[in-house]
Each structure stands twice: as structure tokens, then as C-alpha cells.
Design a protein around this ligand. Structure first.
Ligand code: FAD
Ligand code: 2HG
Ligand code: ZN
Length: 467
């Protein structure tokens, strides 16, 4: 993008956008803009010329056209729960942008029972989608702790994962089609719900994981699954990551309806307990903990208990719940890690995947690397062990000091992992993209970006520092 526009460009753009969406939905006042300008972690953000809240796909298209014409970038924002700074403006002094909030794109069509699908506006929250699917006797299988605020559009744009990937896949696996506005204001609409449709490139899937850099998603057609009303959650104490992985290996093969296998450690548990004033989950302490969940049409707990008994998992290492409240209280020990860490300070978040067989090796190595590169900091590890995905959180180094980030991501690359499992590259990891992508892949990715957004209007500085 060109150099920063003069104040009259902002005023002109505000007037033009007011014509499109009405005065109530163009926010120029710094106080009104503020919540849209800083990310959830408080580590990323910067000023937007203004925030605009279009109410329809046609309005989104007009907004994008007006911004492209004025040489101003567009940062799409849903629930602003993203953890890599992709949904907020860049730090001051970068190319000028506006924030396009999808908060008004909340249309939710009735569930199509014949197809087991639903069409949702980009601004629909995950919790609302869950409720709509449940009311129709179905389920939307992606779940994550930010469910009340994270939006369908943001989840598609980041290819969100969450706690059920091992059974149902990530967001990508649920997307049948999408509607989106491209950088030139044209509209792609693939919402008919055809499951089989081999008519060339799958443009809807291209948008999945594109983090607002290829198009503004305005609506999505999503696959639903059979509800699994009978559920059991077990919190299991184990002595090491290797023991946790060995347990997952058996559960995956022997237990019906295994949906989640989530790992955390004693230091994370202590933090969560203190933050949430929670009692100890088990009669004695362990080095590591696994939360597993199974769902089925019939009660899956017998199958789980049988395997745990065969494996001689002691009673003192097992807490189990089948009722809704009990299940939620066991999940709280895992789900509340993110908020407990944020209460300590602004975290460095490194969301990484390793080949499953190297996860235990990584756990030991990352502890050593963090101790060496960020001495005195607090390290909290947890994550989706069933997918080889660990969340490395380091609190202590100032937000702009990237020494520990660099060291951890280089370790991940050396162990053949990925520097982003589920949160994306955003603004946080652009420097290290080549650790996980070959030169040929980067050239192809840049070619896609250049073809769809040659002027770099959509989310400049996200995924690629420069196109
Ligand atoms: P935002 O934060 O608003 O935006 C995220 C990215 O998507 C940005 O690049 C933005 O530009 C782009 N974007 C947003 N809307 C659109 C749109 N309509 N069109 C195009 N681009 C768009 N993530 C996981 O994967 N798994 C988890 O388990 C998980 N748990 C979390 C728990 C907590 C407590 C928190 C705070 C976050 C968690 N996250 C998790 C991260 C976050 O919730 C997801 O990344 C989610 O997909 C972001 O949705 P959002 O609507 O908040 O998007
Ligand atoms: C989770 O799995 C989220 O809870 C957040 O992906 C991870 O806070 C984090 O690092
Ligand atoms: Zn996660």
C-alpha cells in the first residue's frame, strides 16, 4: 500500500462509508475504535482510520471497493479472539487500514435437515451455531473455549481446530461452501450445499485458513453431524508426557467415540486452580494430566472404564463425570489455562504441532530452550495431545522481545513440526513462515495472493510481512 493518507482521505472515506452503512456503523471516535484495535492477548494492535460494521454482503462489497479506491487496507474482524494478531491493525506507522467488523452479519438460516447442513453469516458465534444445531437434533462438532465470542467467519479464516479435531477434523472439514467478497469487490457465492462438486478449483476451501488475506467471508455453508448425547469425561493423572501418549494410543484404538485427548501439566493446573479458586481434581498430585471425552448414542463410559481397568489406571488417578455440570467442571481445569495465563501477564504464545512420536522429546527440549532463552520466565505447556498440538506459553519477556519465540520455533522446525497448528500466522509469525514452508510453496502462495489481491488491500502484513 502507498504512504499514509492525509486526514482528508480519512474524512472522505468516512463520508463514503457512511453512505454505504449509515452513520451508526462508521466508528471514527478513538474511544469507540479502541476495543477493535487491540487483540485478545494485548500483545498486538495499532490504530485504524475507522471501524466499519456492514450489515450485508452487498455492503461489505461496497466497503471493500471504497477502501481499495482510497488506497486503504481492510482488516476483517470477527470476535477478536484470535491469538496471532491477524484481526487487528498493524502497529503504528505501517500502511493505513480500517477494521471491517462482521458483528452485524449474523443471519442464521434454519438447519437443512435433509442435508444435515446449515448456512450461517460470518458474524454468528460458535455458541449460537451449537445451539441451533442442537435444536435440530444435530451437532456442529468444532468446539473451543472462546465459543461465546469466536465467529464462524473468523473460525473459517483461521481454520480453527479446538478439542474435537481427533474425531471430526478442524474447521476445514466442516466447510461445504462459502460466500466471500474479494479485494476488487466481486462476490463469490458457493452456498448451495452440494457435497459433490468437482468443477475446478475449490475457492471456498482456498479461503479456509487465509486469515482475511484473500477475501472477506460473509457466510458459510457448514456440515453438521449426528448429536452424541451420551457423554463421559475423564480426567486422568499420569507421570509423564510419554505415559499420556501411550494411554492415548490405546484409547484411540479401543474406546468408542473418543473425541478429545487434552494434555496439561502440574504447573498449569496450579495456575488454573489459583486463578479460578478450584479444588484439586484428584486425591494426589501428578506430573501431567489428560482430559479425555467420549460421545455416543449409547453410554460410552463402560467401554472407557473397561480399558482403564485393563491398563491398571489407579482410582486415585481418575475423576469421571457423565452429567453436564460434572463434565464442565472437569473441562474447566483444561479450558481455563488461556485466561489464567493472561492474568499473569502478556504471553508469548507459540501454537505448534509435532509428529506425534516426537511430542515427548519436544516437551523436554522446549523446557530447556525456554529456560535458556527466557530465564526467570513462566512456561506453561498444554494442548491437544491427540493431534500432536502443544500450546507453548511464556510469560515474562517483554512483548516485543522475540528471542524465546525464535528459539522455540526453530526447535519445532528442527523436529519436523509446524510453527502454527491451529491459530495461524497472523502478524505474530510472519518472520518465521519459511521454517514451515518451502521456497516453492511460498512462491505459489504469493502468486495466489497477487492474483486475487494485487494491490494488497486485504489484511496487509498478515501471513506475509510483504507480498
Ligand atoms: P478474529 O480474532 O476476529 O480474527 C481472526 C482472523 O480471521 C484474523 O486474521 C481476521 O482478519 C480473520 N477474519 C475474521 N473474520 C473474518 C471474515 N469474516 N472473513 C475473512 N477473515 C476474517 N483457536 C483454535 O483453533 N483452537 C482452540 O482451541 C482455541 N481456543 C481458544 C480459547 C480462547 C480462550 C481464546 C481467546 C481463543 C482460542 N482460539 C482457539 C483462537 C480463536 O478463538 C480462533 O482463532 C477463532 O477462530 C477466531 O475467531 P474470531 O471470530 O474471534 O476471529
Ligand atoms: C486452546 O487450546 C487454545 O485452549 C488457546 O487454542 C491456546 O492459550 C493458548 O495458547
Ligand atoms: Zn488449542
Amino acid at each position: 500500500m502507498s504512504s499514509p493518507p492525509a486526514a482528508d482521505v480519512t474524512a472522505g472515506l468516512a463520508a463514503r462509508l457512511t453512505d454505504v452503512v449509515g452513520p451508526a456503523h462508521v466508528l471514527v471516535d478513538p474511544e469507540l475504535r479502541a476495543p477493535f484495535e487491540t487483540d485478545w492477548t494485548r500483545r498486538f494492535g495499532g490504530p485504524a482510520l475507522l471501524v466499519v460494521r456492514p450489515g450485508s454482503t452487498a455492503e461489505v462489497a461496497d466497503v471493500v471497493r471504497a477502501c481499495a479506491g482510497a488506497g486503504v487496507g481492510v482488516v476483517a474482524q470477527g470476535g477478536n479472539t484470535g491469538l496471532v494478531g491477524g484481526g487487528v491493525p498493524p502497529s503504528p506507522g505501517r500502511s493505513p487500514v480500517i477494521v471491517l467488523s462482521t458483528v452485524r452479519l449474523t443471519g442464521l438460516e434454519p438447519v437443512d435437515n435433509a442435508a444435515a447442513q446449515v448456512t450461517a453469516g460470518a458474524g454468528v458465534s460458535l455458541a449460537r451455531l451449537h445451539a441451533a444445531a442442537a435444536a435440530a437434533g444435530l451437532a456442529f462438532p468444532v468446539d473451543l473455549a472462546a465459543r461465546d465470542t469466536a465467529t464462524v467467519g473468523g473460525m473459517v479464516a483461521t481454520n480453527a481446530g479446538g478439542v474435537h479435531v481427533m474425531r471430526y477434523g478442524s474447521m476445514r472439514a466442516q466447510v461445504v461452501g462459502a460466500e466471500a467478497v474479494l479485494a476488487d469487490g466481486s462476490v463469490l457465492s458457493r452456498l448451495s450445499g452440494l457435497v459433490k462438486d468437482n468443477t475446478g478449483y475449490d475457492l471456498s476451501q482456498l479461503l479456509v485458513g487465509s486469515e482475511g488475506t484473500l477475501g472477506i467471508v460473509t457466510a458459510v455453508r457448514l456440515r453438521l453431524v449426528a448429536a452424541q448425547p451420551e457423554r463421559v469425561v475423564a480426567l486422568l493423572g499420569v507421570d509423564s508426557t510419554a505415559a499420556a501418549l501411550a494411554l492415548i494410543d490405546v484409547l484411540r484404538r479401543r474406546v468408542e467415540g473418543l473425541e478429545a485427548a487434552e494434555l496439561f501439566f502440574d504447573e498449569g493446573l496450579a495456575l488454573v486452580r489459583e486463578h479460578g479458586r478450584l479444588a484439586a481434581p484428584l486425591p494426589r498430585a501428578f506430573r501431567a494430566y489428560l482430559v479425555v471425552e467420549c460421545g455416543g448414542l449409547a453410554d460410552p463410559s463402560e467401554s472407557l472404564f473397561e480399558v482403564l481397568a485393563e491398563l491398571d489406571v489407579p482410582e486415585a488417578a481418575t475423576a469421571v463425570a457423565t452429567d453436564r455440570a460434572g463434565r464442565a467442571s472437569l473441562w474447566a481445569y483444561r479450558e481455563r489455562h488461556t485466561e489464567a495465563i493472561s492474568a499473569l501477564g502478556v504471553p508469548h504464545k507459540l501454537d505448534v504441532t509435532l509428529p506425534q512420536a516426537r511430542l515427548a522429546e519436544f516437551e523436554a527440549a522446549v523446557r530447556a530452550v525456554v529456560a535458556e532463552t527466557a530465564p526467570g520466565s513462566t512456561l506453561v505447556l498444554f494442548g491437544h495431545a491427540g493431534d500432536g498440538n502443544l500450546h507453548v506459553n511464556v510469560v515474562g519477556p517483554p512483548p516485543e522481545d522475540e528471542t524465546v519465540d525464535e528459539a522455540v520455533l526453530r526447535l519445532v522446525a528442527a523436529l519436523s513440526g509446524s510453527i502454527s497448528a491451529e491459530h495461524g500466522i497472523g502478524r505474530a509469525k510472519t518472520r518465521w513462515l519459511e521454517l514451515s514452508r518451502t521456497a516453492a510453496e511460498l512462491t505459489a502462495m504469493r502468486a495466489v495472493k497477487a492474483a486475487l489481491d494485487p494491490a494488497g488491500v486485504l489484511n496487509p502484513g498478515v501471513i506475509f510481512e510483504r507480498v
